[in-house]
Design a binder for this molecule. Structure first.
Ligand code: MG
Length: 310
């Protein structure tokens, strides 16, 4: 496990990327056997990682105490993106049931959102929780375009938006000018929200970038300029570290962007990467969902804790 895996490595494009690396650290392949891995989320108290294997309709669990991988939930309603809220509860996007759910401490499941103004959502893709308890998610159509990762259906809303659910349960559109909104994450101080648009997946010449918005106190978004275009495939899911760098999935692995959007380096993975998250007790281990496999690498950076702890 700890030797070099063929096709993996680190590529510094700007010298500053070397500050993010540990000289002897390697990319590890922790497990294989998925069809399309997505939505990794780290549970600090239990020392485990949960992620989605979308076409196989299941969620997987990597146990950091012994390295074992097992099924966490099956069926998973073709779950995709996951996160944890400030109380450590799992929040999940489900393609098949076209909803966002929360798994309570007792294991029961609460529906956070499944419709907007009486119309069913498309297929929620990725989700993040802000420190005020509001839940923000993207709603492209990938889960209703085919039966492979959901169930084929017409879009009732007829567009792909980004939504915010406030702590009282009210849902609002916060961005309506995306083709296929996908991954999303806040800056360390939550004054900015980054959102990926993977519209190029089904629209030739369409967007393959991350945009940056200013977050107003009332939860509305301003701005929205393109921060970075992806140079290899698409930016799908991503996370930020405590210095505001963006660690994003891409076709050739993980791209690291400086806060201004400059591509400073890559973690090369021999499969498409769909999403990433920081884990481990110090949040200095990047877990990477690479199509069939789960990978990780220790880095000299620390992720932002979704629990608010440093
Ligand atoms: Mg995604």
């Amino acid at each position: 496990m700890f030797g070099m895996i063929e096709g993996t490595g680190f590529e510094a494009i700007d010298p500053s990327f070397n500050d993010c690396l540990i000289g002897h650290a390697r990319v590890e392949r922790l497990w294989s056997g998925a069809r399309w891995s997505e939505g990794p989320v780290w549970f600090a108290a239990g020392r485990y990682l949960v992620w989605s294997d979308i076409p196989n309709n299941r969620m997987m669990r990597f146990d950091d105490t012994d390295g074992n991988v097992s099924e966490f939930r099956n069926p998973s309603n073709n779950s995709n993106g996951n996160t944890v809220d400030r109380e450590g509860r799992l929040v999940t996007c489900e393609h098949l049931t076209r909803r966002v759910t929360r798994t309570e401490h007792d294991g029961s499941i609460t529906v956070i959102a499944d419709s907007y103004q009486g119309k069913r959502l498309n297929s929620p893709n990725d989700v993040v929780v802000k420190s005020d308890g509001s839940i923000w998610f993207t709603d492209p159509t990938y889960g209703i375009m085919m039966d492979y990762e959901g169930a084929r259906a017409e879009s009732e809303i007829g567009a792909c938006h980004v939504y915010r659910v406030d702590p009282a349960g009210n849902i609002a559109i916060v961005a309506d000018d995306y083709v296929k909104p996908n991954g999303l994450a806040f800056s360390p101080d939550e004054t900015k929200l980054y959102i990926a648009d993977t519209g190029a997946s089904h629209t030739p010449g369409g967007p393959a970038h991350i945009r940056v918005h200013d977050v107003a106190v009332d939860g509305s978004l301003n701005g929205g300029n393109v921060l970075a275009d992806c140079t290899a495939g698409l930016f799908d899911g991503f996370r930020l570290d405590q210095q505001g760098r963006i660690w994003s999935s891409a076709a050739d692995g993980v791209h690291c962007l400086a806060p201004d959007g400059t591509l400073i380096g890559k973690i090369l993975i021999p499969e498409f990467v769909g999403n990433v998250c920081f884990g481990g007790p110090k949040l200095n281990r990047l877990f990477m969902c690479g199509t069939t496999s789960l990978y990780s690498a220790f880095l000299n950076v620390n992720g932002i804790s979704p629990l608010g702890a440093v």
